[in-house]
Write a new protein. Structure first.
Length: 101
């Protein structure tokens, strides 16, 4: 997992771990962080594929404006991964045709 676990100013990282599933694979996240942050910490940059050309898409603005990060969460489509906190046992799926596992 790619994280700063002991920051010189903020101190040690002390958050409860949660597990989410992305495209059928379990990943560890930390409570109150976004879906996008959890996936990025696990090395995942492609969140979906574009409708027209099936090109990979990921985090762009990171603040909920562009909708490039939209994913399906627990069956609900077009949820913005960058502003949606992870919850334990959350099921997240890419939108588009291709799926990376
Ligand atoms: S990255 Fe722009 S809305 Fe999520």
């Amino acid at each position: 997992m790619m994280r700063i676990t002991d920051h010189p100013i903020l101190g040690p990282l002390e958050k409860k771990e949660v597990t989410i599933q992305f495209n059928g694979v379990n990943y560890a996240g930390l409570e109150n962080e976004s879906i996008a942050a959890t996936l990025l910490a696990n090395g995942i940059r492609t969140l979906r594929y574009s409708e027209k050309e099936q090109e990979p898409r990921g985090i762009y603005c990171g603040i909920g404006h562009c909708y490039e990060c939209r994913v399906t969460v627990n069956g609900k489509r077009s949820v913005r991964a960058c502003i949606t906190p992870v919850e334990d046992q959350m099921i997240v799926e890419s939108q588009g045709i291709r799926h990376e596992v």
